[in-house]
Design a protein around this ligand. Sequence first.
Ligand SMILES: [Zn+2]
Ligand SMILES: [Zn+2]
Length: 386
Amino acid sequence: MSARTRARGSEESSRPVRNKEGDNGCRRKSGPTLSGARVTETLLYTHCLVCHTPFPPNEELEYFSTSKRVAYDAERGRLWAICRSCKRWSLAPIEERWEALEELEKLVKDRAKLLSQTDNVALLRAGELEVVRVGRANLTEEAWWRYGRELTHRAARHQKLTFIGTAAAGAAIAGGWASGGLGWLGAWFLWENAPEQLTHAARWLRFGGSAWRGRRRCARCGQIFRSVAYRDRKQLILSPGTAEGEALSVTQRCSVCGDVEEGGLHLRGKEGEVVSRRLLAFHHHSGASEKRVRSATRLIEEAGSPEDLTRVVIKEGRRLGDLQRTGAIALEIAANDTLEQRLLELELAEIEAHWKEEEELASIIDGELTPLPLMENFRRKIIGIG
Ligand SMILES: [Zn+2]
Ligand SMILES: [Zn+2]
């Protein structure tokens, strides 16, 4: 542990320069030495030790830029890079761990979000980095925070489609022009509409035409509701669930008697949750910029919780078309909170199983003096008895 006390000196502010990969699958990196003198060479793994998939480097850690998902155990002094492809953990060489462990602890304390945790492991996120911390973290869980990524991904996908649409329109115009079959007006129409048509088609393929189908009668006039069309979404009323912990409800005004209180279509409970999530996802099909997601998540933080946010944004009930963009994005993030929580629980169970295996292996690799009963257990496991 003496390495923990290494002097960082002037290295503190400078980020490591990434050089080209070495032939052996490792990246060479300059870093501080024991004496604090500059430039020595340490090796960082760039590929998974199990399946050899390359690790995408992260920009968050100065001392361990390997992989966008890392795991660590500050108490036992372990540090791993987690492979996205085979999910196995690659143990970092012992001499590379100490600064990185210190850095990780600081990162977790200062600016990581706790997504979810069990008694043994915590899953956190800081910027683009996902961190598995062994041991419980003293933070509040914020599962909803992860959903923001889905929105920025959607924006990237939307942009790509718009670009493809524009390129296709460009090609069609050039072709039509060359053959003399396309006039100014046609060219203009194509240029203006092709990108939008393509994103509309993508949206339709993903969602279809209606957010809900069924058979429900208006309690006031008897009119029958068979579906809720996405194109009518702006007129739909979103309201907070009536019971504690219940998700959003969706209400449609009756087209015959015009009633929304006694009459009309009311989707509550599980149905309301599913339909409101669909409506919001459709409404925000083009996603949101990172800046917008940040403002939206700030709104949730200020409100205190996803449930409180819902009350702040829609009060007793508001039409989807009347919501401000940031508030509506925050609402979509909050609406997915419970789902995110469930997915995270599954993910955590898997992480915990991996952790148990990898920790067992690490204690052997690190050559620790394992207490006798444990060693005996392990020996039995290896030779297949007990
Ligand atoms: Zn792998
Ligand atoms: Zn009616």
